[in-house]
Write a protein of this length. Structure first.
Length: 204
């Protein structure tokens, strides 16, 4: 397995750019490096002004950090995205099925797959919810699934954020800034829009 810290999103393991980066690489190579650095600094200034930060848990100092901005985006082809969507949808459905079971028959506990104490002693467990069925049996409506690419066709999930997936807001703000900074780039490359994200239902 390729170490994800060493996998180059644009070039992979070779010297030629990967296919999803073809158009972007052409645009990137035609830009002035100093200008790109200025635009990156400008983006960070905007994030600082509007307060786009994130908390670092477990650190007493500098708990609020500026959202990182990179002019080189992570580009996922439509074929790769379709594959990821299927897996993520299945994963989120499994999470909601697990929560439904925990608050109803608790078969996963009776089967010995999950220790009862792991559920009962968890601060997030609400005994008041036992027997309650939310609309559509959906307990977690927005899930932040942290994914890392470990190879050309390999993806792994680092963690699932089902309580406060604040990364969604970072994604929306990042795209907005990219559109403002590099409108010509989006005019050249067909990129799936994300502005309608809050209105979409991905489980259907």
């Amino acid at each position: 397995m390729t170490d994800f810290m060493n996998f180059d999103e644009m070039f992979g393991t070779g010297e030629q750019h990967r296919e999803p980066y073809r158009d972007y690489h052409q645009w990137f190579e035609s830009q002035d490096g100093a200008w790109l650095h200025r635009k990156s600094d400008e983006a960070e200034t905007v994030f600082r002004k509007i307060g786009i930060t994130f908390s670092v848990y477990g650190e007493e100092e500098a708990s609020e950090r500026l959202i990182p901005f990179d002019v080189v985006p992570r580009i996922i082809s439509s074929r790769e995205w379709s594959r990821l969507v299927r897996g993520i949808r299945q994963r989120v459905q499994a999470m909601n099925a697990f929560l439904y079971d925990v608050y109803h028959r608790q078969e996963i506990i009776r089967a010995g797959r999950v220790p009862a104490a792991l559920i009962a002693e968890n601060d997030a467990f609400l005994p008041q919810m036992i027997g309650v069925s939310p609309p559509g049996n959906v307990y977690t409506h927005v899930v932040g699934v942290d994914i890392v690419r470990t190879g050309e066709n390999e993806f792994h999930v680092l963690e699932d954020n089902a309580r406060t997936p604040s990364g969604v807001s970072y994604m929306l703000e990042n795209r907005e800034i990219m559109l403002q900074m590099f409108p010509e780039l989006f005019a050249q490359i067909n990129v799936q829009a994300v502005g309608n994200y809050p209105k979409r239902n991905f489980l259907v």
